[in-house]
Design a protein around this ligand. Sequence first.
Ligand code: PCA
Length: 212
Amino acid sequence: MKKVLITGFDPFGEDSINPTLEAIKQLQDYPLNGGVIVTCKVPVVRYKSVAAVIAAIEHEQPDVVITLGQATGRSAITPERVAINIDDFRIADNEGQQVIDQSVVENGPAAYFSSLPIKAIVNQIRLAGIPAQVSNSAGTFVCNHLFYGVQHYLQGRAIKHGFIHVPSLPSQATSGNEPSMALSLIVQALVIAAQTAIDTDDDILQSAGYIC
Ligand code: PCA
């Protein structure tokens, strides 16, 4: 039995809900083929976000970790390719910290790649009829911070980890000016991502290059 830890963030900024927090409520103890999903809630706070996920990893001893975040304005499920060693927050985090151009980890490498099979995940989600695309930037806010910090911690350990951004929920996008995705589709896509992560050792070769 493989264990997949999926993490969700608190609401942040102007939003009073976060689709990732709503998703993990439905994913706790979700049975996979040969595995199970466990979950953990994460504060939108520099450093504390990473500490919360490290504590959950130590407690759960998962085989795979999928960290999640909301990406307002995106219309697809987007597995992130890379985390970069920079915090450049466009807004304050949930403890009022707004840092500019500071390292996530002092003297850490410039970047870490996802160790999830991101292209296989995108393919499988698309086969279920749900929009998905590899993303080549997780931004420079708490999501990228968490992605980098957890990947840094996991160096030398046999635990796969990657970050997936999900769209806003329809109730967060009622102006009609922003894309959104129903919670049921987000949850379905994340189950597919978790299953694909435990089933796939080597990612597929398929172009996901874009002009950003
Ligand atoms: N999204 C933010 C942080 C928390 C979240 O859900 C981000 O993309 O950085």
